[in-house]
Design a protein around this ligand. Structure first.
Ligand code: FMN
Length: 221
């Protein structure tokens, strides 16, 4: 599976099998996370065999069941933490999908288990991503149109339309898709609109836009 196939196949999965993640897959994920941490300065950690974070009425009410592995998105406190976690977390989500795993971003329905991960002085746990072998592969959901989230028009370059379409496949909190992508010359302005976790969403959306458009981060205005 390549990254475009992973983007098309990925859906949030909330119910997981008891099947453990094989050591070799854990090791590949940890290597990838180390690489992302080295590039970004974040302190993202993979937590394996820790069922307590999702063993609550709140998680079950949110239909999150069978979760004993998750990715803790941790980094230095600051205005850019949420967007960075979104961008880097989604790269890990897509890597996980390519390794045959399923995921679900989780903003609120989990408990912080103090010994499960390390938050250094000046750092903060932003949110987590549940990971494992899903009971299903998830399902398609409703989406906004390219015109609702961007200034795309019939005369827009192909790369911009491709980027916007890929951004619409990105997970966003409560499927709110509260972002705006504006093409201005060769650059794109990405804006988070008001909504819960919309800065995390923006990072996720930028990750997808770059992949869909074939551009790197120099595309951002
Ligand atoms: C930042 C963020 C936080 C989320 N928090 C939760 C959550 O607390 N509980 C949950 O069940 N899903 C959560 N989700 C998953 C979204 O509901 C899901 O991504 C959205 O409905 C789109 O569906 P899809 O991921 O299948 O494309 C979150 C997603 C994001 C991006």
């Amino acid at each position: 599976m390549n990254v475009s196939e992973a983007i098309a196949a990925r859906h949030s999965v909330r119910q997981y099998q008891a099947r453990p993640i094989e050591e070799e897959i854990v090791s590949r994920l940890k290597d990838y996370i180390s690489q992302i941490n080295a590039e970004s300065g974040l302190n993202i950690q993979l937590v394996i065999n820790e069922p307590k974070a999702f063993d609550s009425a709140r998680a079950h009410y949110g239909k999150l069941t069978g979760i004993s592995n998750y990715i803790a998105l941790i980094g230095k406190k600051g205005a850019d933490l949420n967007e960075k976690c979104g961008y880097c977390g989604q790269k890990i989500v897509l890597e996980a999908q390519m390794l045959g795993l399923n995921t679900c971003w989780v903003g609120i329905m989990f408990k912080k288990i103090p010994d499960a991960f390390t938050v250094n002085k000046g750092e903060k746990l932003a949110l987590v991503i549940a990971i494992g072998y899903g009971a299903t592969q998830g399902h398609e959901r409703s989406t906004k149109t390219p015109e609702q989230v961007s200034n795309v028009s019939p005369s827009s370059p192909e790369w911009f339309r491709n980027g916007v379409e890929c951004a619409l496949l990105a997970p966003t909190a409560m499927n709110q898709q509260k972002f705006m992508l504006t093409l201005d010359g060769e650059k794109v302005k990405a804006k988070a609109l008001t909504g819960p976790f919309s800065k995390v969403d923006l990072g996720i959306v930028k990750c997808h836009f770059e992949i869909g458009s074939g551009k790197d981060s120099s595309v951002w205005a």
